[in-house]
Write a protein that binds this ligand. Structure first.
Ligand code: PLP
Length: 405
């Protein structure tokens, strides 16, 4: 049976058009973009073209606002480290509790090794940012705010344009990790107060190991990688020309598929969510019911331990990913689900434009039996959750099944 891939927030299949566009840059057109001869000029022109393609996708004012990096992690690190350097005297960073480890781990390290204070803003049970806490933490001591555009586990979308405007009021820089949002949501950065934005090629059908950092015109930026003068002196090291070309084509394809692709992907995601909510008792959808990525379904299953569902799905050729809120299973607990106080095991299904209805139907076909089997092997219900959790947890009460976004 054909494998079913529903883990596109982890990584996506590289589009065949992307592969084709990259190939010549490994063979005939192998020049270094910094070289002045013909080989170099061809590579230079290819990098320029990719910058324009990316500029169009994110609505940047200038192509030079884009710095190519090795991916989302590097872009996040570069933005935060630069933010701390270019606003001396300001020593505070403001992040959300559900940032990717690319932000969280760096901030924890900075707090330990430098005189830096990190404010971590909580989220509610739907993963929405506590705006009062955000406003309260924004003071003239804050150098940089880093809040993701959309969460990788639940798909919850943060109001980054508004958050950036609030950050401006205290003179702080605003960075957003948009690794999961770019290519899925329309963007027009030139009309926002966002100073810096991270993106990654492999989340939008581009290659791995390539990404970009957008730095708005006029925003001071200091590179953490020093050496040659590539990327207008903002990221040293010979450019990954094949990767950059691939990212450019991926951006162009994402722009092309944005409207129709998003509608189609959302209808697949909704079909899966509705099918599970109706076909499997004691399940619920996690994330903001009103503002969620169109491709992401994060579903909690009561009375299931550990990563049983993804494991059994994997045995029948279905790839998805697990998120656990507890520490009892074999999984690392999800800091996102914990921050949302979600007590149950959750499974993330994430779609892309290469999925179809047959993928959804296959999951719906096998899911009830898998859940029944796992619930059957569990020794005792009432479970590890407290009575309070059971009454107030997102999976409880009216709207548990069928209460979709
Ligand atoms: N930020 C978010 C929200 C992500 O989902 C990821 C990857 O999973 C990253 C950052 C890291 O990106 P990369 O794998 O390109 O380093």
């Amino acid at each position: 049976m054909r494998p079913v891939y529903l883990d596109n927030n982890a990584t996506t299949r590289v589009d065949p058009e992307v592969v084709q566009a990259m190939l010549p840059f490994f063979t005939d057109q192998f020049g270094n973009p910094s070289s002045t001869h013909g080989f170099g000029a061809a590579a230079f022109a290819a990098v320029k073209k990719a910058r324009l393609q990316l500029q169009a996708l994110i609505g940047a004012e200038l192509d030079h606002e884009i710095i190519f990096t090795s991916g989302g992690t590097e872009s996040d690190n570069a933005a935060i480290l630069s933010g701390l350097e270019v606003l001396p005297g300001r020593t505070e960073i403001l992040i959300s509790a559900v940032e990717h480890p690319a932000v969280l781990t760096l901030c924890a390290h900075l707090e330990k090794t430098r005189a830096v204070k990190v404010h971590t803003i909580p989220v509610d049970r739907h993963g929405r940012l506590d705006l009062d806490a955000y406003r309260a933490a924004l003071t003239p001591h804050v150098a940089i705010v880093s809040i993701m555009w959309a969460n990788n586990e639940t798909g919850t979308i943060f109001p980054v344009c508004k958050l950036a405007e609030l950050a401006k009021e205290v003179g702080a820089l605003f960075h957003t990790d948009a690794v999961q949002a770019v290519g899925k949501l329309p963007m027009d950065l030139k009309s926002t107060a966002i100073d810096m934005l991270s993106l990654s090629g492999h989340k939008l059908h581009g290659p791995k190991g390539i990404g970009a950092l957008y730095v708005k015109r006029g925003v001071h930026f200091r590179s953490m990688i020093t050496g040659g003068r590539q990327e207008h002196d903002r990221r040293a090291g010979t450019e990954n020309t094949p990767g950059i070309v691939g990212l450019g084509i991926a951006a162009e394809l994402a722009s092309k598929f944005m409207d129709d692709g998003t509608t189609r992907v959302k209808s697949l995601r909704d079909r899966l969510e509705n099918g599970i909510l109706q076909g499997v008792p004691n399940t619920c959808v996690n994330g903001d019911p009103l503002a969620r990525l169109p491709n992401t379904a994060n579903i909690s299953f009561e009375h299931i331990e550990g990563d049983g569902i993804p494991l059994l799905l994997s045995r029948v050729g279905i790839a998805c990913s697990a998120g656990s809120a507890c520490t009892s299973g074999s999984l690392e607990p999800s800091h996102v689900l914990r921050a949302m106080k979600t007590p149950d095991e959750a499974v993330r299904f994430s779609f892309a434009r290469d999925n179809g209805e047959a993928d959804v139907d296959r999951v719906l076909e096998v899911m009830p039996a898998i859940v029944e089997r796992l619930r059957g092997v569990r020794n005792s219900w009432p479970d590890k959750r407290s009575a309070e959790d059971i009454q107030s947890g997102p999976c409880s009460g009216a709207g548990r099944s069928g209460g979709r976004s």
